[in-house]
Design a protein around this ligand. Sequence first.
Ligand SMILES: C[S@@+](CC[C@H](N)C(=O)[O-])C[C@H]1O[C@@H](n2cnc3c(N)ncnc32)[C@H](O)[C@@H]1O
Length: 238
Amino acid sequence: MRVEHIGLATLCLGKWQDVPNLPRPAAIITDPPYGQKLKTNSGVRSPRPRPGRSGILKPRAIPYPEGIIGDDKPFDPSSILCLSDIVLLWGAHKFADRLPQGQFLCWDKIPTGTRRDQGDGEAAWINAPGRPMRIFRHLWNGICTGAGYETKNEFSHNTSAQRRVHPTQKPVDLMAWCIEQARVPSGGLILDPYMGGGSTGIAAVRAGHPFIGVECEPQYFDAACRRIEKAQTQLRAA
Ligand SMILES: C[S@@+](CC[C@H](N)C(=O)[O-])C[C@H]1O[C@@H](n2cnc3c(N)ncnc32)[C@H](O)[C@@H]1O
């Protein structure tokens, strides 16, 4: 199994079930595939170079792989729930009937109030019954994103330019908020067994947490390595 050590982060390419000696983390914060059967590369143009305004050939965006591994069937949270004392799962509105007592968190993707075809928000679940429900408001609609989203150059506060590395990528600010909501002890290890493009990892290392991320799709794994390395380089330079 390929394993990359990048500062506070240890990133594994493969299925998390196959990672040997996975330590028990202080918290699992993750966004598993849950049976959306999302068509990930529909409408993506060919990766052939195209001329830019200057006439110089510019590479096209790399298309996503077809489908998300595991997204063809409903998610069973039971194998994850026993791995840590603190567990926070995105997509929980899709598998709420398989979760024990806990609390929901909500991401309002359209604080402007406009309705979205794909739904106006998403729910996460945390194994903390009795806590108040909380809402995170962060614009996420096509090319419009809220502050703190990663662009081609750096973590930008623009609301337009963006570069997604994963079709269901979560904003880093949202994952930073999740770490706060989960009340992860200072310096506690955070595990994301369904890492995707690494948004949880960026939020974790920025908050000073050691992080283990596991991703089985090489394209997303490589993107996560790049993004988490860049985040830590920026932290050191600041
Ligand atoms: C919903 S996406 C996570 C997206 C992530 N939140 C982000 O911001 O990019 C779930 C990811 O889990 C990966 N995956 C599916 N089954 C896995 C497994 N058993 N072990 C590790 N990764 C897995 C998929 O390839 C996919 O990239």
